[in-house]
Design a binder for this molecule. Structure first.
Ligand code: UDP
Ligand code: MG
Length: 246
């Protein structure tokens, strides 16, 4: 199977659920980033079963921008599923991820990409976070609990600006909620390493957040135990000898 993303060095996955009010900003800021991306890049929108004008907007945007493409789910499957579809369909050697609300800036992909020479993943850390104090508190609490449970050492796994070597991303065991565990999932892979880079952050100016304290915090709490189980049962092997390798 081959698709158009195989013609690029870098595929940017953008998950969208009811984000019609962000479409115009997405088109202009991603188009301007593509012009000076340090890797030849395309955008892969993943519409997660939106019920508003998102899909119609995507069809329009992708018809006028030759480096913009989309996948559309027939129903809402959740953010982890949208990201997994992006990982499954991207055929470029490098993959990026950014949220449709553009609280992080696509320009910062150029800060992260050089680290993929030496690392399997580079992730943003939101230095000056522009969210409500309550959301920042939830995030700080969740990050420290997850760090304690997983030992992943990551400062800000929720930052929606990340880049991956496709070979590493495609190996992540993906379940609902697993988009919050990428550093921990990466460390399951033999010898894999990631780098954290400070990135800019701004308020959500259009559309609304799709998560609340229950679906963000409570499921992550349970997922920490699922991760520990996965880590204890993860399969790793090294081939010492074979006659099929050339
Ligand atoms: N999203 C999605 N499917 C969902 C919920 C959210 O694809 O079921 C997308 C959403 O459109 C956005 C990203 O995931 O691009 C993050 O969502 P949001 O900004 O609401 O989360 P927050 O930043 O508040 O944690
Ligand atoms: Mg957001």
């Amino acid at each position: 199977m081959s698709n158009i993303t195989s013609e690029y060095g870098f595929t940017i996955i953008v998950p969208l659920y009811n984000e019609e009010d962000n479409m115009a900003r997405l088109e202009s800021s991603l188009a301007s980033f593509l012009e000076h991306s340090i890797r030849k890049a395309c955008v892969l929108f993943v519409n997660d079963g939106s019920r508003d004008g998102t899909l119609a907007g995507l069809r329009d945007i992708c018809s006028r921008n030759s480096d913009f493409h989309y996948i559309s789910f027939s129903e809402n499957c959740g953010l982890s599923a949208a990201i997994k579809a992006g990982f499954d369909y991207a055929e470029s050697p490098l993959i990026g991820y950014i949220d449709a609300d553009l609280q992080t800036n696509p320009e910062d992909f150029n800060l992260l990409l050089p680290y993929l020479e030496d690392y399997d993943m580079a992730i943003g850390v939101r230095v000056k976070r522009n969210d409500t104090p309550f959301k920042r508190f939830q995030s700080r609490f969740a990050n420290s609990f997850r760090r304690m449970m997983t030992g992943d050492g990551a400062t800000d796994t929720g930052c929606p600006l990340k880049v991956f070597r496709a070979a590493a991303a495609k190996q992540f065991p993906m379940f609902k909620g697993m988009h919050r565990f990428f550093p921990a999932l990466l460390l399951l892979q033999d010898g894999a390493k990631y780098k954290e880079i400070p990135v800019s952050h701004r308020p959500r100016v259009a559309g609304v957040s799709k998560f609340n304290i229950w679906n963000r915090m409570m499921s992550s709490f349970a997922d920490c135990f699922a991760y520990r189980w996965m880590k204890s049962r993860y399969i790793r092997y090294r081939v010492g000898e074979s006659d099929i390798l050339r």
